[in-house]
Write a protein that binds this ligand. Structure first.
Ligand code: UD1
Ligand code: UDP
Length: 387
């Protein structure tokens, strides 16, 4: 059997978290088969968005940190491509793994495919069908530059077929003869692995926040759509503050720095009201285990995050999604997540509906069996055994 050198490209918070599922599976089940080189583009650089995950998820430190930082899309992505290309020319890996849909994903996929290294895309096939979202272009381009595409859901798999990917392709797989798989979600692997650990290690966190189990609302907001448009930002946060005060329910809000910066700069008065509201707890981003604990113990989640939408399902919590559309369509069809855009009336009516005592919500297993990472690594090995 082959021994493969893989380059793992990460950059933003959710990718560091996702890559930990692959690193753990290599460590536990495939250590003879893979050598992993971790490249961090530096897209996220604050401790709360990056270093905290390396410590907590016991990840090896990156072999390369490109230190790219924040910039416009073109500048940021081009600096990443330059840096990743240099690493690939030094390391000459067998293949390159990219995750999700950020600019780091796009840069990894472009740098690798142009140098003819096979690209493995984990979380392939997701589509919002809204190309004004930066992530949508990143997804489409990354998928079409990939050799193995691992779709986490039926909907994602169907999207790939809709774009001409053929499930019946046979080996040897190449960028021109790619292979698509339905795998389940590596984020579910992580949740299954870390949920109990979060309870054991972080229970005191709930006490520090002075919140009771099953009695608070968890909120995350970071998408450019909501942070950069001051009207949406104001509408959302005013509605959440009013709801918290009317219902006398605590809203726990670990906020991405992008959101904190916008609130401060664009809505000073509202920002002060939020900070002074006894029912609103705004805080910097929390660690993955803290977040897992909050998700597990909250009453409901309100978010514009992709990952947090799915985690709401893993923990059987209703989810209000502050977007017009979502890639995780099965959640909406299932009636446990609702798209409310930034509409105060919809936020209020869905909030009231999900707070009803005894509301009957079901959470079927949409996201696999918690072993997606092992499956993916097995298939990567086959790619090379079949050459
Ligand atoms: C990025 C991804 C988004 C993903 C999110 C996960 C793209 C286009 N977007 O969005 O898909 O959902 O990560 O969290 O790739 N900033 C800091 N500290 C940091 C990093 C960023 O303060 O460590 C601030 C800066 O003001 C920066 C802004 O956040 O300009 C946006 O950062 P950026 O990495 O461009 O996008 P995200 O909004 O984080
Ligand atoms: N997350 C975290 N701390 C936080 C907010 C989110 O650890 O304060 C985790 C969350 O549990 C999920 C991932 O970050 O695993 C989602 O990332 P994010 O919302 O930044 O990006 P998206 O999934 O929307 O791309």
């Amino acid at each position: 059997m082959s021994h493969l050198k893989i380059v793992n490209v990460v950059g933003a918070r959710p990718q560091i978290i996702k890559s930990s599922a692959i690193s753990r599976a290599i460590h536990n089940s495939f250590s003879e088969s893979f050598t992993e080189i971790l490249v961090h583009t530096g897209q996220h650089y604050d401790k709360e968005l990056s270093a905290v995950f390396f410590d907590e998820l016991e990840l090896n430190k990156p072999d390369y940190n490109l230190g790219v930082g924040s910039a416009t899309h073109g500048r940021q992505t081009s600096m990443m491509i330059t840096g990743i290309e240099e690493v690939l020319m030094i390391e000459k890996p067998d293949c390159v793994i990219v995750y999700g849909d950020t600019n780091s994903t796009l840069a990894g996929a472009l740098a690798a495919s142009k140098l003819h290294f096979p690209v493995i895309h984990i979380e392939a096939g997701l589509r919002s069908f809204n190309k004004t979202m930066p992530e949508e272009l990143n997804r489409i381009v990354s998928d079409h530059a990939s050799t193995l595409l691992f779709a986490p859901t039926n909907a994602a798999f169907k999207n790939l077929m809709g774009e001409g990917f053929k499930p019946e392709n046979s080996p040897p797989y190449t960028i021109d003869n790619p292979k698509i798989y339905l795998t389940g979600d590596i984020m579910y692997d992580n949740t299954l692995f870390f949920a109990d650990l979060a309870e054991r290690k972080k229970t005191a966190f709930l006490e520090q926040l002075h919140v009771q189990r099953n009695s608070f609302i968890l909120v995350t907001i970071h998408r450019d759509l909501n942070t950069d448009d001051v009207q949406r930002l104001e509408r959302i946060f005013t509605t959440l503050k009013d709801l918290a005060e009317e219902k006398e329910i605590t809203f726990v809000m670990p906020l991405h720095p992008r959101t904190t910066i916008s609130l401060r700069a664009k809505t000073e008065k509202l920002n002060n009201e939020l900070l002074n509201c006894r029912y609103i707890k705004i805080m910097p981003p929390v660690s993955y285990l803290e977040m897992t604990l909050l998700e597990k113990n909250c009453r409901m989640i309100i978010t514009d995050s992709g990952g947090v939408q799915k985690e709401s399902h893993f923990f059987k919590k209703p989810c209000i999604v502050l977007r017009k559309e979502t890639e995780w369509t099965e959640l909406v069809k299932n009636g446990t997540a609702t798209l409310v855009d930034a509409d105060p009336e919809k936020i209020r009516s869905e909030f009231a509906r999900y707070m009803q005592p005894g509301i009957d919500l079901q959470y079927p297993g949409f996201y696999g069996d918690g072993k997606a990472a092992e499956f993916i690594l097995g298939e990567i090995l086959l790619l090379f055994d079949n050459r």
